[in-house]
Ligand binder design. Structure first.
Ligand code: NAD
Length: 493
């Protein structure tokens, strides 16, 4: 049995713990590893190691820090297929999706390699006669990252490459459901030549998180996960004087106008709803078919959903969709499909009956379409996080925007249309931070902020892009004045 270790001060250490969590291959329903759940003492050891490494790393020139990240990028590329297989095996997503997960993460490493430029300050001479002012960015110290299960590579890589590039040291708390990818990411970072203690991994669950939230040496916390936990992280972390960015859950709406291109709308809806088995914070989990779109798009959508083959995607390249993460999660998704049905929706494609012959114990739910959900259905408020697409029928753009804007979340939203006017109206009025126009999953690339709103994000500065740089640095403003010999100087005379 593979027993996960933690990485403290440059050494892989065995964790002695009273509790541990199983890591599954969800496609087979088999346990493939075990994570001993660390306690506050190991968090303290990681924080001490990160603090001890901070002065040396802070003094390391930005170009030298970037050079380690260039080597890291090369190692990630060399191991690309092997890491994708680890992701697919412990998460369940297809190998193609796993490659996308890692590719997005590597793009963050590439972005962080630009540290010397990203960290440049600003200056203005003569703010008053003979007085100059400049602002520089300096690192914070020890930063921590707490991550979810659904993007085992991308989400950790949203955080630590940029934090390190900015001169901080880091503690990563991987998801206990997918710790194997994080382990490989850490091994390769070590191989890239990072000094000991600059990057640490503490494997565990809630106890580790709670210890990080109150540890006096931890200056900043990046979190990605569900909304209740994001709110807890933000409240507790900020109460303990930490800078916090906490990305939460989502419920994303995709509007289809009657003038939309049918094939592209269907392709987009299928990708948004069923990609990664719906386990994405940018999943398009509700379609709003406006006017005649109902007749043109929905039948094709249902046919496309039914044609997706579910299977053990880590070893079966022909599978279009893998399992969900755990048996409990599969049961919850199936229950919620039943709730939609009880609320009056037609189960036009039913994933509850799916069976995978060569993997009978895997955690599978097939693509599901709940057609004709009422605008006040409870499922429209709840993040399902599975391959379930709810479809609402509405008469016009106005009522569709109003309905979408009643959501408590505000991560992504998209519209399919050929009308510039409708697209402009949607972009202007929709209450969400990431908008797609004929793009179903508008997840921004590394150099733009991952800009969730409302209950999808707690904090001010988002992950990725310049906001990420601002989050991982503090600004120092210097006002300076130099005197000419003898000028205004009594004691020099
Ligand atoms: P989760 O909130 O259950 O867990 C996230 C992390 O928090 C894990 O490391 C876990 O160990 C820890 N954790 C869980 N419960 C905790 C508690 N009570 N106290 C302290 N720590 C706790 O999320 P998940 O199920 O791993 O991931 C799915 C969620 O993440 C979805 O809601 C999804 O929308 C969200 N997500 C959001 C984004 C985004 O950018 N907004 C991106 C990816 C995933």
């Amino acid at each position: 049995m593979n027993i996960c270790k933690s990485f403290i001060g440059g050494e892989w250490v065995s964790v002695t713990a009273t509790e541990s969590a199983p890591v599954f291959n969800p496609a087979l329903g088999e346990i493939i590893a075990e994570v001993p759940l660390a306690d506050a003492a190991l968090v303290d050891a990681a924080a001490q190691a990160a603090q001890a490494a901070f002065p040396g790393w802070r003094e390391t020139p930005a170009v030298d820090r970037a050079n380690i990240l260039f080597r890291y990028k090369a190692l990630l590329e060399a191991e690309f297929e092997a890491i994708a297989l680890i992701i697919s095996t412990e998460h369940g997503k297809t190998l193609g999706e796993a490659r996308g997960d890692l590719r997005r993460g590597i793009q963050m490493v590439e972005y962080a390699c630009g540290a010397p430029t990203l960290l440049m300050g600003e200056s203005l001479e003569n703010i008053a006669r003979g007085i100059d002012c400049d602002v520089i960015r300096q690192p914070l110290g020890v930063c921590a990252g707490i991550v979810p299960f659904n993007f085992p590579a991308m989400v950790p890589l949203w955080m630590f490459p940029l934090a390190l590039a900015c001169g901080n040291t880091f503690i990563l708390k991987p998801s206990e459901k997918v710790p194997l990818t994080a382990t490989r990411l850490a091994e390769l970072l070590d191989a890239a030549g990072l000094p000991k203690g600059v990057f640490n991994v503490v494997n565990g669950g809630r106890a580790v998180v709670d210890a990080l939230l109150v540890h006096p040496l931890v200056r900043a916390i990046s979190f990605v996960g569900s909304t209740p936990v994001a709110r807890h992280i933000f409240d507790t972390g900020t109460r303990h004087g930490k800078r916090v960015q906490a990305a939460g859950g989502a419920k994303n709406f995709i509007l289809v106008m009657p003038d939309a291109t049918v094939t592209e709308s269907v392709r987009g809806l299928v990708e948004a709803a069923f990609g990664c088995a719906g386990e994405r914070c940018m999943a398009g989990s509700t379609a709003i078919a406006i006017g005649k779109a109902k007749d043109s798009v929905i039948p094709e959508l249902v046919a496309a959903a039914k044609s997706i083959r579910v299977g053990a995607a880590f070893r079966d390249a022909s599978a279009g969709m893998g399992p969900v993460i755990t048996a409990q999660h599969r049961d919850r998704v199936e229950t919620l499909i039943g709730v939609g049905e009880a609320e009056g929706a037609r189960v036009a494609a039913d994933g509850r009956s799916v069976r995978v012959a060569d993997a009978p114990n895997g955690f599978y739910v097939g693509p599901t379409v709940l057609d004709g959900l009422a605008p006040d259905a409870s499922l429209l408020r709840e993040e399902i996080f599975g391959p379930v697409l709810g479809v609402v029928h509405m008469d016009d753009l106005d009522s569709a925007i109003e309905m979408a804007n009643r959501s408590a979340y505000g991560n992504g939203a998209a519209i399919f249309t050929n009308s510039g006017r409708a697209a402009r109206e949607f972009k202007h009025r929709i209450n969400a931070g990431m908008v797609g126009i004929n793009v179903a999953v508008p997840a921004p690339m590394a150099f733009f902020p991952f800009s969730g709103w409302n209950e999808s994000f707690f904090g001010d500065l988002h992950l990725q892009g310049r906001e990420g740089v601002a989050f991982y640095t503090q600004q120092k403003v210097t006002t300076s004045r130099w005197f000419a010999p003898g000028e205004g100087d009594v004691w020099a005379k």
